[in-house]
Design a protein around this ligand. Sequence first.
Ligand code: PBG
Length: 306
Amino acid sequence: MSTGSRGPLRLGTRKSLMATTQSQGVADALSRLTGHAVELVGVTTQGDVSKALLAQIGGTGVFVNALRDKVLSGEVDFAVHSLKDLPTSETPGIALAATPARDDARDALCGPAKLADLPRGARIGTGSPRRVAQLRALRPDLEIVPIRGNADTRLRKVTDGELDAVVLAHAGLKRIGRLDAVSEVFDPDQMLPAPGQGSLALECRADRDDLRALLGTIDDAPTRRAVTAERTVLAVLEAGCSAPVGTYAAEVDERLHLTATVAAYDGSRQVRLSASGHPDAAEQLGRDLADRLLAQGADQLMGERE
Ligand SMILES: NCc1[nH]cc(CCC(=O)O)c1CC(=O)O
């Protein structure tokens, strides 16, 4: 096949430590399974250069569009993204070729103590409306400070004393080797992660059947079903990665369980619902749960900004 005879497969990736670590993991797994050499090609995305808060630059797609352009032009064979950064809308010409086995999906608090033990009025950094809303619901007294930047930059604000704590994805902290900074891992009962958090997405051109089959060797079916349910909730709500929407799906005893929340930005109200169904009906499960969230006023909650 063409990919093999022309030398190594070219894997497009963001250049951050988190991105290159996860991309190298994918490259190694693919080489092991298929015998193909894989080479990383670093790409700068809008999300890497803009200093604006994600919620302000529009959120959806800022970390992925430049990578997709390179996939479409053929400069790279495929791209590895954090799945939670992918917009839910399909992109013409691009196929989701694989979702490898998911890492820990949960959020983690990085600070001197567990959330309940932080002093009144402690300053917590996060730029995610989803985390803000759920933090406010748990601890209305906290001062929430909007921040951006890579995980290391955010952790430094805690060691520098500018902030008391930050909330980051456990999976990302693991990839950059900073689980030492974690003081508490949030149970999904306390804080629901972003749809797709902790999982990766491999995208290639939709017309390259050979490549799709090759990349598909590292697809993990339970992960794909779980993230399908989660992302369908987001899609039906017409929300993006910067919306106050949390979800978590997992298979237990051959049933797919899904929980989702939509919160008001000020944390004053949350709608939170659960459902379970057959794992093969992941999309329907997500669709039904989103419809129930909407029936309980989810769109009104999401429409409210501070
Ligand atoms: N939006 C940035 C982003 N995209 C993916 C991750 C973490 C890794 C993952 O969830 O797969 C992060 C950082 C964070 O939320 O802490």
